[in-house]
Design a protein around this ligand. Structure first.
Ligand SMILES: [Cu+2]
Length: 120
């Protein structure tokens, strides 16, 4: 059993090294939909998303989309978007808890389009 584990670790390491070499940089860039209204939202969203300093997020109030740059070895898009939802902002993967949404500043209470199950 132990030797199988070691083999798996070795294979995983080998694959990740190969993967890292295949890319000049580890960072990936994705565009995601995040609800919000104004500049204050932008600050909250970007701060929440970059909480663990593993992502750079640039949210656009006009398009309601954010460009997310992150290193998939250190974090995941799910983790980043979960932080954004926890800060009160619905996004394409997670819905904000109602209680947090209600705590947002009046001008920041964006129209919730389709409310999906929280914690989805
Ligand atoms: Cu706002």
């Amino acid at each position: 059993m132990k030797s199988i584990n070691k083999l798996l670790v070795a294979i995983t390491l080998l694959l990740s090294v190969t993967f890292a070499n295949a890319q000049s940089k580890n960072n990936v860039t994705e565009t995601v939909k995040i609800n919000g209204n104004c500049g204050m939202c932008k600050k909250t969203i970007e701060t929440a998303a970059a909480k663990n300093k593993t992502a750079i997020v640039n949210w656009n109030a006009n398009t309601k989309t954010a460009t997310v740059i992150y290193n998939p070895k250190k974090t995941s898009l799910d983790q980043i978007l979960k932080s954004v939802a926890d800060a009160g902002y619905d996004n394409e993967k997670f819905s904000a808890p109602d209680a947090v949404y209600e705590q947002l500043h009046g001008c920041c209470q964006y129209d919730r389009e389709q409310k999906t199950e929280s914690g989805k």
